[in-house]
Design a protein around this ligand. Structure first.
Ligand SMILES: Cc1ncc(COP(=O)(O)O)c(C=O)c1O
Length: 400
């Protein structure tokens, strides 16, 4: 009999995967997929870039590249990061990864030993939870309020001598799944607290911060990394998935040189390099100034979708149900009374034609299930209200 590794034993195909396969039925109005709608991709920009690219560049695009990343893209990315308050000096390094997910997995591979404790927000991103667990980490989720993770909760976890966390993983802007955004004050408090525990690494995951709905929020989406001193153990993960396309499978890791160098070593034996083809496209996408107009189209589009979802929730959900009011990103997080289980709501809703992701998927401790995530990014606009109506009916059936 084949003996799987400890790491493989920690990988589970969950109940959630089974539920999600039901949501793939095209007749279902699904709020499950945390992804852009296909109609929103910058296909014209991609066509133009590829069709006008010199032959030599197309040939390079089909070749292997350096593990750290395609050098011109690294340059473009550094300029972009500098414009976001993240200049890359000699103490820091950037690694291009195969999506943000790979950056999280690489950080897990180089930092986590079995039984190590990782602190996350409650709720937290399902892909990070899975990566940490696959390396044998034990997770502790800290509740959030309207301004971000609870500082008291985080302080207790950092000072708990039995817990002794090795890493704190946060998604401070338009969080997946909660859609929430940290206040500036909370970011500073969290940083001050973390930096007084210098042996704890902060992993900041930031896929959505470009997708703010209102220009006035631009100052609030500043990364924690941009507010931290250079020598602080803060690593920053970004992705092209939400600003270009997830199919590019490109992300990045920015952090102290020693940590990023270790991740580069780990990446060498994993996939040697991320796709040179999509890195060449991404580089031209930056250089030809395609990002700014694309974002200018996306922001009001997602705002409109969020507005439709929020007003449908407002008018259709029964009393006793609450939800977050995102100012950017893709998600609304719905909280039911504690007596209701989101798996039961899911079963009732899917029979009537609508789907979402149950809350348990996002609980690092797999305990709570009276919440669920609605993504407004992928569902056609004209189906959002009907989908919310179906879910509200399912909630009412179970409540009354
Ligand atoms: C918070 C968060 N981190 C990471 C990822 C993974 O991004 P990528 O598609 O670049 O691997 C996602 C994707 O949905 C996400 O929401």
């Amino acid at each position: 009999m084949i003996q799987f590794s400890e790491s493989a034993k920690n990988m589970r195909s969950s109940e959630i995967r089974r539920l999600m396969s039901l949501a793939a039925d095209p007749t279902i109005i699904s709020f499950a997929g945390g992804m852009p709608n296909n109609s929103l991709f910058p296909i014209d920009a991609i066509d133009e870039i590829y069709s006008t690219m010199p032959l030599a560049e197309k040939q390079v695009a089909c070749q292997y590249g350096p593990t750290q990343g395609y050098p011109p893209l690294l340059q473009s990315l550094k300029s972009y990061l500098a414009s976001r308050g993240l200049p890359v000096d000699d103490s820091q390094s950037v690694l291009i990864t195969t999506g943000a997910q790979q950056a999280i997995s690489l950080m897990s591979k180089v930092l986590i030993d079995p039984q190590d404790r990782i602190v996350t927000e409650y709720p937290s991103f399902i892909g990070a939870i899975a990566a940490f667990k696959s390396y044998g980490a034990i997770l502790k989720g800290i509740d959030m309020d309207g301004e971000g993770i609870s500082v008291d909760g985080l302080a207790r976890a950092l000072e708990d001598r039995f817990l002794k966390p090795k890493m704190v993983y946060l998604n401070p802007v338009f969080q997946n799944p909660a859609g929430t955004m940290y206040s500036k004050k909370r970011k500073q408090e969290v940083l001050d607290l973390l930096l007084s525990h210098n042996e704890v690494c902060l992993l900041e995951d930031d896929p959505y911060s470009e997708l703010y709905f209102e220009e006035k929020d631009k100052d609030l989406v500043v990364p924690l990394k941009a507010m931290a001193s250079k020598d602080a153990p803060v690593c920053y993960v970004g992705t092209f998935a939400k600003i270009f396309g997830p199919g590019m499978r490109l992300g990045w890791l920015l952090g102290p040189r020693d940590i990023v160098d270790k991740c580069e070593l780990a990446k060498q034996s994993m996939d040697a390099c991320s796709s040179t083809f999509t890195q060449v496209l991404a580089d031209e996408y930056f250089r030809r100034g395609k990002l700014a107009p694309y974002l200018a189209m996306l922001r009001p589009t997602y705002k409109r979708r969020a507005d439709i979802m929020l007003s449908a929730l407002e008018s259709l959900m029964p009393a006793g149900i609450s939800w977050t009011k995102p100012r950017g990103g893709f998600y609304v997080w719905v909280t039911l009374p504690e007596t209701l289980d989101s798996s039961d709501v899911f079963s009732a809703a899917i029979k009537q034609g609508a789907a979402f992701v149950i809350g348990n998927a996002f609980d690092p401790e797999e305990k709570r299930n009276n919440c669920f995530r609605l993504a407004f990014s992928h569902t056609p606009e004209d189906k959002i209200e009907q989908g919310v109506r179906t879910i509200a009916q399912a909630v009412k059936q179970l409540l009354f």
